[in-house]
Design a protein around this ligand. Structure first.
Ligand code: BGC
Length: 817
């Protein structure tokens, strides 16, 4: 039972102002403070959103890795996303995590956004609905969710300082709307972003109180993004409640002094502390009111759900009678591309986890065809990008001779303080011991390819890299940013080249000193000589030509799509493009599988037999995609974002702030498909588009002739499965107000519903259009209004394919306007 507000006030009464203040900063990077006087234990927070990392950034602490957010939104399936939320909660409980730092509710404003993969969609309605489903799923099991990053944190360039300028109406109708839906779904925390809006940094912004806490009635905790609190007074006076991480930071003693000096009111501190205790009570962290443990999911069930989610979010963009492939009719299948064997299962940055296991597309296809057809894998040319971190399959710990690397912590004289064998070259949090001065990572490589290798070390400060005692790199590399995602998670690699022979052992030793402000991450990488591009493309084409069907997997790299930086282009690179063209030319039954978090240019899209988006599919990616490729599951996905043919076509490409640090959201309301429609531009594929394995006829649309303002509108759409296979269709409803006196999007998504039908069967989708889809924000009156007059209701399968239309009169007859 929930602790009452009276009880929380009683507990609060036992705490001095200083004690209250001390609750408001983190105890550590991931924990809040305990307060034995009121029976408050520490609460553990963790990223999010595609898995639950826990408190350790360590390959030995593995997590279930689910498809990334854009793939989840592509399902347009709230019950499924709710179940995924339940799975995340079970993971959180397993790892002792109370608060999940997810979902990310920022929008796909521009295809260049570095965290595109981590955001759900371009559309406020879809983002709000899917985000709310995830929140419900997580919170049903005694774990709190966090809606982040409040607000207008939609790109990465200068993300700590960028000052977003966005009109009041667009802010309300587009960027705040998903957060409003999250609050309505009962989200327990909201995270204030690094960025500023309207000239004020978000951790000190008025928007934290108005509308969040006042108008929307949010009674949870506003937590800062990590390191986003940079002042004491402004942030403490604003609606921010919890400054993370800790223990250092601009609150703590400085805030206690400010309260004592009367610069910050005691009431403000009391309100923050009350919210924190309320959260604790809800999580069972106050007294011994621990909520019941969530249903424990068995590994098989977890894997099956994660796999189902892959197929449900995979978007089939084009199919020229190639998919599904019939395993009974195949003798040989060529599986081509570096991403086939090393499928990119997640995006980079704070969302990253160490998965328990990863099923690549190649693994998935092999498993599906085992004993039925031969699978021929040709990696093709290497995609551009940095060398991958050392993997334990390719090196040994020089001390024990076992797979992995040797991590040593050294003092200032080079004496060993501790040593351990680790599983790979990506060591983000080597254990700190007193007197530690240098982190050393060494590995014995046994090359299987002779030639010029690229060897690298990533980190900051003084670093060196040596091969068999010969120095390859030695220098001082100070950080160029304070961005924690760059310093602690993705430091840039410094690389050198060295000649290695086959079977010749080579000892690689990387060192980095520990200096304040440089973090302690160190990543050691190695890449074999790149194969000759023309020869490897030709080899792939030969294999495809000799096979019954070819599956070519292409995608982005860690370098191209990652938190902490925006993308600079949408191209997959000349070599990957050449690879797809060559494979498609060699075999008309070529399926191109695209492994990216956000849109990429697909200049060969009309040349392939089928085109399937895999997104970053999580650990079960290969199994789920194989289910789709061989017809065991229908591709369930519909685009959550409009897919440009070329970057230059996209209506919003500006993500770099101007010289004054401002980023103007000049497109206003016209985000995503609305922007494409307004500019009369044709994308490669519209928002909402995606094919299943059957076809649908849109037969009729029924709607009441009049809707009263403030009321929902029920739209009935009759569709018939006109194909030969059972299937699921996502029926989408858009609104348009061509006669409006106001500026309006050309049309906007107002609702959707999924239906299933057998071949030949007709079903009616009941799409509820919420009253808010008919209202607009009036900046003049600072309120929501509904404009009376005619409204067009359109129904179909994407923002660009809407065969049915009807007219509704919006009436102000109930007196509200
Ligand atoms: C990210 C947040 C994340 C936090 C903690 C920040 O850099 O912006 O999304 O939750 O780090 O890892």
């Amino acid at each position: 039972m929930e602790t009452s507000d009276e009880e929380i006030d009683r507990l609060l009464g036992k705490l001095t102002v200083e004690a209250r203040v001390s609750l408001l900063s983190g105890a550590t990077t991931w924990r809040t403070r305990a307060e034995p006087a009121v029976g408050l234990r520490e609460m553990v927070l963790s990223d999010g959103p595609a898995g639950v990392r826990g408190q350790a950034w360590d390959e030995r602490s593995t997590s279930v890795l689910l498809p990334s957010a854009s793939a989840l939104a592509a399902t347009w399936d709230e019950p499924l996303v709710e179940r995924i939320g339940g799975l995340l909660a079970a993971e959180a409980r397993r790892k002792g995590v109370d608060v999940l730092l997810a979902p990310t509710l920022n929008l796909h404003r521009s295809p260049l956004g570095g965290r595109h993969f981590e955001c759900l969609s371009e559309d406020p309605e879809l983002t709000g609905r899917i985000g709310a489903a995830l929140i419900r799923g997580v919170q049903a099991h005694g774990v709190a969710a966090t809606a982040k990053h409040y607000v207008a944190n939609d790109s990465e360039t200068d993300r700590l300082t960028v000052d977003v300028r966005v009109g009041e109406r667009a802010l309300r109708e587009v960027y705040l709307a998903p957060f409003e839906a999250a609050v309505a779904a009962g989200v327990r925390l909201v995270m204030a972003g690094y960025n500023a809006v309207g000239g004020t940094t978000m951790t000190a912004n008025r928007l934290l109180t108005d509308p969040l806490k006042s108008e929307w009635g949010f009674d949870g905790v506003v937590v800062s993004d990590w390191g986003a609190v940079r002042t004491t007074l402004e942030t403490a006076r604003a609606g921010l409640d919890l400054a993370m991480p800790g223990p250092e930071g601009p609150w703590g003693e400085a805030l206690a002094r400010a309260v004592a000096d009367g610069e910050v009111s005691e009431e403000a501190v009391e309100d923050k502390a009350r919210r924190l205790l309320r959260l604790a009570a809800r999580l069972g962290a106050l007294g011994d009111t621990r909520p019941p443990a969530p249903v424990r999911l068995r590994t098989r069930e977890v894997r099956a759900l994660a796999r189902r989610a892959v197929a449900a979010g995979a978007v089939l963009l084009a199919n020229r009678d190639v998919l599904p492939l019939d395993p009974g009719r195949l003798t040989t299948v060529a599986v081509v591309g570096a991403h086939a064997a090393r499928t990119r299962t997640q995006g980079g940055g704070s969302a990253g986890v160490f998965p328990q296991d990863e099923v690549s597309v190649l693994d998935g296809v092999r498993a599906a065809l085992r004993g039925r057809a031969r699978v021929l894998h040709v990696p093709g040319p290497r995609p551009d990008g940095p060398a991958p971190a050392l993997d334990q399959a390719e090196c040994t710990d020089p001390r024990s001779g076992r797979p992995g690397v040797l991590l040593r912590m050294l003092d200032a004289d080079g004496a060993e303080l501790y040593a351990e064998r680790r599983g790979g070259g990506r060591l983000l949090e080597p254990r700190l011991v007193p007197g530690a001065h240098t982190v050393e990572v060494s590995a014995r490589l046994r090359p299987r390819t002779a030639g010029t290798w690229t060897l690298g070390v990533a980190g900051f400060g003084r670093m060196s890299l040596a091969l068999d005692g010969r120095t390859l790199l030695d220098g001082d590399f100070p950080p160029e940013t304070d961005d924690p995602a760059v310093i602690h998670v993705d430091p840039p690699a410094r690389c050198a080249e060295a000649e290695l022979g086959v079977g010749q052992d080579a000892l690689l030793v990387a060192r980095r000193e520990l200096a304040p402000g440089t973090g302690r991450a160190v990543v050691v990488s190695a890449a074999p000589p790149a194969p000759d591009v023309a020869a490897s493309v030709a080899e792939a084409a030969r294999a495809a030509g000799a096979a019954d069907a070819a599956i070519v997997v292409v995608g982005t790299t860690e370098y191209g799509e990652c938190e902490g930086r925006d993308r600079t282009g949408l191209g997959l690179g000349a070599t990957q493009d050449a690879l797809v063209r060559a494979v498609a030319a060699a075999n008309p039954r070529t399926v191109a599988v695209v492994n990216s978090g956000g849109p990429v240019e697909l200049p060969w899209r009309d040349a392939v037999g089928a085109l399937l988006l895999a997104w970053f599919p999580g650990q079960e990616g290969g199994g789920g995609l194989a289910d789709v490729l061989f017809g065991r599951a229908e591709p369930g996905g519909r685009l959550p974002t409009t897919w440009p043919a070329a970057l230059a076509d996209a209506p919003v490409t500006r993500v770099r702030p101007d010289d004054a640090g401002r980023l103007d959201y000049a497109e206003g309301l016209h985000v995503g498909h609305r922007g494409w429609l307004r500019e009369r531009r044709e994308p490669a594929y519209w928002f909402g588009h995606g094919l299943g394995y059957t076809s649908w006829a849109y037969e009729g649309l029924a709607v009441a002739p009049v809707v009263l303002s403030g009321e929902d509108l029920l739209v009935r759409v009759r569709v018939r499965n006109s194909g030969v296979r059972a299937g699921r269709e996502v029926v989408q409803v858009y609104l348009a107000r061509p006669d409006s006196a106001l500026e309006r999007p050309e049309r906007w998504l107002a609702g959707y519903a999924a239906v299933r039908a057998e071949p030949g069967e007709a079903v009616t989708a009941e799409v509820r259009v919420p009253a808010r889809a008919l209202r607009h924000w009036s900046p003049e009156e600072h309120g929501w209004r509904t404009e009376p007059g005619p409204c067009r209701v359109l129904a179909g399968r994407s923002a660009g394919e809407l065969p049915l239309a009807a007219e509704v009169e919006v009436s102000a007859a109930d007196g509200t306007s």
